[in-house]
Design a protein around this ligand. Sequence first.
Ligand code: HEM
Length: 504
Amino acid sequence: RIGSGDSRGTGRTAGRLHVTVHQDGPLTTEAGAPVADNQNSQTAGPGGPVLVQDQSLLEKLAHFNRERIPERVVHARGAGAYGTFTVTRDVSRWTRARFLSEVGKETEVFARFSTVAGNLGSADAVRDPRGFALKFYTEDGNYDLVGNNTPVFFVKDAIKFPDFIHTQKRDPYTGSQEADNVWDFWGLSPESTHQVTWLFGDRGIPASYRHMNGYGSHTYQWSNEAGEAFWVKYHFKTDQGVRNLTTSEAAETSGLDPDSHQRDLREAIERGAFPSWTVQVQIMPVADAPGYRFNPFDLTKVWPHEDYPPIEIGRLELNRNPRNVFAEVEQSVFSPAHFVPGIGPSPDKMLQGRLFAYGDAHRYRVGINADHLPVNQPHATRARTHARDGFLYDGRHGGEKNYEPNSFGGPAETGRALWEPVAVTGVTGDTEAPSHAEDDDFGQAGTLYRLMSEDEKGRLVDNLAQFIAKVSREDIARRAIDNFREADEDYGKRLEAAVQALRG
Ligand code: HEM
């Protein structure tokens, strides 16, 4: 297994990871035959044309042409590391998840942090949410928590996600990100006001991946041994302290040091300064949900801490770098649908869409056997399915039977679902969510604005104004500003004045 103790070719000296190549034979072709000359192609005579019989040349050129796989359609740019999750509180009254079953229990983890909108080679220090994806290698299979560094999101229904991302990525005509598209979509999607306020505030550009919090963001279900269910939200609070870059610091870092966050994470781990996060959960009894002041499955809202206080349950530490970035980071796959017994989804419409999107993306991007790769396969148990074959199948099942039911002693179903059933109401096809008193789009955005210091409000307004001032159509800019005015009168007034000042 990659990174699990096979130290061939690596060694630690004075805290740094040095990679060396062991000379255990000559250079060979892919088939293992010794290569005579790797500097000169075979030619018909010293000045003649190159020969087809030079298989080592043809193989080299052909393999090179196929080095790339599709980059992630979002979160293409990222860095990863292995580590350990340790339970610090007994949570068995809320979940039967075995990796959370007792205080002191440790589980191996792989984390990947990322930006969202940029391509694979883009700069790290940009204003963008950060992905905070975790894979817990548990004894009941891998549990993936695919979160962000923000507790909320821009939209609350998966059907709006591809359109939203189109506005963040490159315009089909100009080939660049366009302020018109971004603000057109946000202005017409008022539910984005909370997340946009967060993004253009101080936390919108973390100083590094180590200096940011992580959030599961969605509401998930936990269920205990007795079959009692709870709604839960996850928080990962950085033990390094939150540190951010200002817009101008970030512009400089992006230009001078595009790989800043990736290198910071690797180097911190190499020198033994293992980054860690304190893990907390908010727990809501299922019976509270229908009468709560807003829809608790709305991804554009946080659960105020006074309603559901965060409870500390564990510690996450990252302490081992991947040995090969392509194999372990680029080919890593995380899916919100990867649950383990005692943890499940909620009716959050965004989460429900994500339960489809990730596995589908993995099959396209890495292939049907993506889950068999060393970084993605279970490490603390074994996958026992009847699925077989497909591109790059490694034959791991040997001659085992590949169907069920069978009378040869193959793996059989357990009869117990991973999570508990959820009561639903209403009529199929009715798109109206049950209404709660505070289901509006602006309340929490206004609260966030009013919580900011005068200085932070000033920077927020300035950051927003710089971007809105680039919009070419007056109606688009006005609609965007009106959303912030809805959140807070002062917020809208200051923003309008700042945009006008920039436009002259
Ligand atoms: C990556 C879809 C919302 C966090 C991805 C990928 C897709 C996707 C297709 C690329 C997966 C791959 O190629 O391996 C969606 C859809 C969403 C959604 C359809 C809404 C319905 C969210 C939200 C969060 C999030 C709300 C956080 C709370 C991430 C992260 C990654 C990712 C962290 C990178 C995972 C990695 O490091 O490999 N998303 N996403 N996404 N998404 Fe989402």
